[in-house]
Design a protein around this ligand. Structure first.
Ligand code: IMP
Ligand code: MG
Length: 174
């Protein structure tokens, strides 16, 4: 099926907001080191841009969980595809996600990370679709709250496409 992309948030808007969040995180973590955990693949673009704007010491790790197939609907099934390289003991963990939708993935992931002995586990998401929430998730830093539309760009994909768009767009099926 042919689809087209409508711009929802421009590159300038996204960059400006990431700068603001980076400044906020730098203030909140003053005197500490923040351990960023990127949820692949969607969180990768956001994490790189965010990490560059954080002025306290940063360490990084990556994990991949799967809750979606090649469709736009959540399956509700969460599976660890790639686990972290480093142990979490005593670390101030900040999970960096592309989007919180139903909340299923994040609620599972946050509980799992807490059980691994992190000093603290917080969540930073570029996008949040609050209308879609099925499972309650406490979001500490949000880039933008957006309406219930399927979005792509800045790491987010539709069937593995469009992750490289430097802006956030809505997928339209005509
Ligand atoms: P949740 O478990 O329903 O909150 O889904 C979280 C994951 O679903 C995100 O990390 C994305 O990978 C994917 N997802 C949810 N909404 C969208 C969207 O609008 N565009 C692209 N991926 C999405
Ligand atoms: Mg994701």
């Amino acid at each position: 099926m042919a689809e087209r992309i409508e711009v929802l948030l421009t590159e300038e808007e996204v960059d400006k907001r990431i700068q603001e969040i980076g400044e906020q995180i730098s203030r909140d973590y003053a005197g500490r080191q923040v351990h960023l955990i990127c949820v692949l693949k969607g969180g990768s673009f956001f994490m790189c841009e965010l990490a560059k704007r954080i002025t306290v010491p940063v360490s990084l790790d990556f994990m991949s969980v799967s809750s979606y197939g090649g469709d736009t609907k959540s399956s509700g099934v969460v599976r660890i595809v790639k686990d972290l390289d480093e142990p979490l003991g005593g670390k101030d963990v900040l999970v960096v996600e592309d989007i919180v939708d139903s909340g299923r993935t994040l609620s599972y992931l946050l509980e799992m990370l807490k059980s691994r002995g992190a000093a603290e586990v917080k969540l930073c998401t570029l996008l949040d679709k609050p209308e879609r929430r099925v499972v309650d998730v406490n979001v500490d830093y949000t880039g933008f709250q957006i309406p219930d539309e399927f979005v792509v760009g800045y790491g987010l994909d539709y069937d593995q496409k469009y992750r490289n768009l430097p802006y956030i767009g809505v997928v339209k099926f005509d």
